[in-house]
Ligand binder design. Structure first.
Ligand code: ZN
Length: 324
């Protein structure tokens, strides 16, 4: 087999200027392996989501000596403002209107700081052939890869990544046309990419707020599998496990009572449950009285379930997804 030499470069890409005069910038890695597609990979749009960044460091080591066809562009930390503050969103001090980076794609060069930052990043993304946007969820959420419903390539890539669960929206959510069907999907990178005709996947690795070595390893394995599927890495993709496709994770179950929530020890994320399954109980911490037994309203798969915690009435404690 013929081995191309990968040319690796890094560049600081200036995105915006803060009131103090300090620049907001990202480090952009470019791995050039000659002819082939261009894949754009990024992590940490949300500042507490560290395992995508950890996966990209492992991918970096691999790509330097890999047999690469095409170009990989990687941005390990998209949102340095949130990252440096250890927060999920961008500090309100610099953008109170659009603190969530993943709600303003493809950005606006005349908009708020966050919109301007995203507009500069979009310039990098728009010419590429595929987008992989790495996120991490809470420890009590199923690790999964989200794909664009109407995009066959996105679905194939999501499957190749190799997570046990794939997630998409219900057809009524209207991707990629999007629009009025569901406001909550607007401004996400995968939606903006869909509109621009770019296949995108969103791996949601486990465990925000900490480096989880297993999650990082699954992340880099998934990235290599996806690049293999694209024909960019000439290596055997790992066999895909039997995968469950879920859709519509918006089946939120909230509490009607405030207090201490204790989940039912007999249920766990990934369980298939029927309507009326007990998910946990809210107790009053002062009087010890049982305030509410929280049950499922519909059948489905437990997609997330809050651990032992203080809850306020109306707060989400679980999500139930449908099997597609
Ligand atoms: Zn995220």
């Amino acid at each position: 087999m013929e081995h191309e030499t990968v040319t690796h470069t890094t560049a600081e890409h200036r995105l915006a200027r803060l009131p103090s005069g300090t620049d907001v910038a990202v480090t952009v890695h470019r791995y050039d392996g000659g002819a082939g597609p261009t894949a754009y990979v990024q992590a940490a749009q949300h500042g507490i989501e560290l395992n995508g960044t950890a996966a990209l460091r492992r991918l970096h080591r691999h790509l330097l000596t890999a047999d690469l066809a095409g170009t990989v562009i990687a941005v390990p930390i998209v949102n340095s403002l949130a990252f440096d503050h250890g927060s999920y969103v961008t500090p309100q001090a610099v953008d109170a209107v659009n603190p969530n980076c993943n709600r303003v794609w493809p950005g606006d060069e005349t908009g708020t700081l966050q919109e301007r930052i995203v507009a500069r990043l979009w310039e990098l993304i728009e010419p590429t052939d595929v987008v992989i946007d790495l996120h991490t969820g809470t420890p009590d959420m199923l690790e999964h890869v989200r794909f664009q419903l109407e995009n066959r390539k996105s679905r194939t890539l999501a499957a190749a990544f190799g997570a046990d669960y794939l997630l998409t929206n219900a057809p009524s959510d209207g991707e990629p046309d999007d629009g009025a069907a569901d406001e909550s999907f607007q401004g996400k990178l995968r939606t903006a990419a869909a509109r621009a005709g770019i296949p995108a996947i969103v791996p949601e690795l486990s465990n925000s707020r900490q480096i989880d070595h297993d999650a990082a390893r699954r992340g880099v394995r998934g990235l290599r599998n996806a690049l293999g599927e694209l024909g960019m890495l000439r290596e055997e993709p790992e066999p895909t496990p039997s995968q469950t496709i879920l859709r519509n994770d918006e089946g939120r179950i909230g509490t009607d009572a405030s207090g201490l929530f204790e989940p039912n020890p007999d249920v766990t994320v990934g369980d298939r449950v029927s309507a009326g399954t007990e998910l946990g109980t809210v107790y009053c911490p002062s009087t010890f009285e049982e305030r509410q037994r929280v049950t499922t309203t519909d059948a489905g798969v437990i997609y997330s379930l809050t651990r032992e915690s203080v809850v306020t009435a109306g707060e989400k404690v679980a999500c139930i997804a449908e099997r597609a």
